[in-house]
Ligand binder design. Sequence first.
Ligand code: ADP
Ligand code: MG
Length: 329
Amino acid sequence: MGKILEVSNLTIHIKTHKGTVQAVRDVNFYLNEQETLAVVGESGSGKSITMKGIMGILPKNGKITEGTVMYNGKDLTKYTEREMQTIRGSEIAMVFQDPMTSLNPTMRIGKQIEEMLKAHKMDMTAEQRKARAIELLSLVGISNPEQRYKQYPHQLSGGMRQRVVIAIALACDPKVLIADEPTTALDVTIQAQILDLMRDLQKKTKTSIIIITHNLGVVANIADRVAVMYGGKLVETGDVYEIFKNPCHEYTKGLLASIPKAHEKGNRLRAIPGTPPDLMDPPKGCPFAARCNETMVVCQQFMPEYSDCGSNHKSACWLLDPRAKGGKA
Ligand code: ADP
Ligand code: MG
């Protein structure tokens, strides 16, 4: 299976009155056709800004300063806003965390799906659009789609609203679906349902999916591969089985340890002590050095390169690099 999307050396800066945030720092990853890639990392790691860069929807003060986003043999970073409008929604669609902000509260949900079709499928008649909207509602598991079609967002539960948002995203059969924390705003049981839905939809529609989450626990059942981001950097990538079985980066190990276990009472997360680096002034070495139990002197001074830790599995950590023989800091 070929690569449908390939991001190389992506670097994104956000200018603020306090200084420049180096939100995304030299990030490389790819998405294969028909696979699900999970991008995982704590809040502030640069996950959303990476995806917004790909979609051409960065905040006004944000800019791609380096790198390419290859889609279909073309570099999307070279596209004008007008050209990106033909890609967004029809080729690459995005689902955001909070369905309420994605939906228009004053418009019936059926109409909102039809708006998407109107924008990209000019040859469809009104009847065809309606039929497709109802078909999509049914595809995302909404019962009585004919009745729901006429309802407003406030008449639906949070989980249903997120299903509608996914229906809108899938309306034009995009090749790539990017879902940014699609379940974070939902109850735990509903979260599982939406993830199951996304997995089923992936099988039915053959869409390639990037799912972003700060919870590594949710990816085991849905992702084929995992990319771990931290401090604006991609620190580890590998097949999902490899990441769970043989995590190589100390940050990934920390994330795995913080997944709540089913037999443990409550949902207490054993969070990694410390806080992520300030991307206004990122560390010159490994971004995780300050929180890592295994830190060596070299970690604080130089950025580690990627080491192979298995087939299709890479991690940027000095512990894996034979050149680093220094003692602990
Ligand atoms: P994640 O999605 O992993 O939680 P983000 O991609 O949203 O992280 O953010 C990456 C970095 O960019 C963070 O340091 C965040 O504070 C900063 N950032 C995000 N959006 C903005 C913005 N609009 N203005 C300034 N800084 C921003
Ligand atoms: Mg985010």
